[in-house]
Design a protein around this ligand. Structure first.
Ligand code: NAD
Length: 249
C-alpha cells in the first residue's frame, strides 16, 4: 500500500509499543516518518529517530524543525507518548500528578503547538491522539492515569472544533489493554504474573489482549485519506471492553 506516499508523519513515543507499530505501519504505507522518543534506538532504518522529551518545549521544537528541514513539512501528528500511574486519589503524590499530566496532556499541547504551523500548510492534515479506555470506563486504582486520559479525550474534541475550519482533522483511539512492553513491565511486577495476564485477557470480551499492530491500524485509518470526513471522534480498540455487556448464559 502507498496511501501515505508524499506525506510526513511525526509520531511521539515511537520508540516502543504502540508508537513503534504506528511508525512502522505509516512508513510501510509510504509516509516519511519521524519517531520522537526519549529513546529512539529501536526504530527501523526507514524511520527517522529523534531524541525528544515531550515535557521539554525546546526539545519538541528542535525535533519538529529537524523534521521540517529533512522532509519539508508535517501532514500527520500522532500524539502517542504517555506514561502510566497506579493509585487512588489518596495515594499518588502531587509530584506524580504533575509528572503524568506533564507527559500525557501537556506533551500533546507542546507537540501540537510546534506542528500546527506546518499542519496548516498540508492538504491532508490530521492529528491522532492515543487516549485510553481509562477515559471512558472507571478502572480501579487508576485515578491519576484515568484523569489524564479523560483530559486527552476532551482535548481531542476541543482541538477538532478549533481546527476544523483550517482543514485539520483531530481524532483519538481508545485502546483497551495492549500487549506492549509497558504492559509486560506491569505483569512482571505483579505478585502472580500469570494470574494477572489471565485477568487482563478475561476483562476484554474477545478474551485476549489487543495487539500494538491493531491499534496502529486504527491510528493509520484515522490519520489517512479514508477518514477524510471524520473528525472529533474516538475509536475504541479494546476487544469490546467498553461497549459490550455479556452474560454467561
Ligand atoms: P510503551 O511504554 O511501550 O511506549 C511508550 C513510549 O513513550 C516509550 O518509548 C517511552 O520512551 C516514550 N515516552 C515516555 N515518556 C516520554 C517523553 N516524556 N517524551 C517522549 N517520549 C516518551 O507504552 P505503550 O503501551 O506503547 O503506550 C503508548 C500509549 O498508549 C500511551 O499514551 C499509553 O497511555 C497508551 N495506552 C496504552 C495501553 C496499553 O495497554 N499498553 C492502553 C491504552 C492506552
Amino acid at each position: 500500500m502507498s496511501d501515505f506516499a508524499g506525506r510526513t508523519a511525526v509520531v511521539t513515543g515511537a520508540g516502543s509499543g504502540i508508537g513503534l507499530a504506528v511508525a512502522t505501519e505509516l512508513a510501510a504505507r509510504g509516509a516519511s516518518v519521524a519517531a520522537l522518543d526519549l529513546d529512539p534506538s529501536r526504530v527501523p532504518v526507514q524511520v527517522l529517530g529523534l531524541c525528544c522529551d515531550v515535557t521539554d518545549e525546546d526539545s519538541v521544537s528542535a525535533s519538529v524543525e529537524q523534521v521540517v528541514q529533512r522532509f519539508g513539512g508535517v501532514d500527520i501528528l500522532v500524539n502517542n507518548a504517555g506514561i502510566g500511574a497506579q493509585g487512588t486519589v489518596e495515594t499518588n503524590t502531587y509530584d506524580e500528578w504533575r509528572r503524568v499530566f506533564d507527559v500525557n496532556v501537556l506533551g500533546i499541547v507542546r507537540t501540537t503547538r510546534a506542528c500546527l504551523p506546518h499542519l496548516r500548510g498540508s492538504p491532508a492534515a490530521a492529528i491522532v491522539n492515543t487516549c485510553s479506555i481509562a477515559a471512558t470506563a472507571g478502572l480501579p486504582n487508576r485515578a491519576l492515569y484515568s484523569a489524564s486520559k479523560g483530559a486527552v479525550l476532551s482535548l481531542t474534541l476541543a482541538m477538532a472544533a478549533d481546527h476544523v475550519a483550517e482543514g485539520i482533522r483531530v481524532n483519538c483511539v481508545n485502546p483497551g489493554t495492549v500487549d506492549t512492553p509497558w504492559v509486560r513491565r506491569l505483569l512482571a511486577a505483579a505478585d502472580d504474573p500469570d494470574a494477572e495476564l489471565r485477568a487482563l485477557r478475561a476483562r476484554q470480551p474477545t478474551g485476549r489482549l489487543v495487539s500494538a499492530d491493531e491499534v496502529a491500524a486504527a491510528i493509520a485509518y484515522l490519520a489517512g485519506p479514508a477518514a477524510g470526513a471524520t473528525t472529533g471522534t474516538s475509536l475504541a480498540v479494546d476487544g469490546g471492553m467498553q461497549g459490550l455487556r455479556l452474560r454467561k448464559s
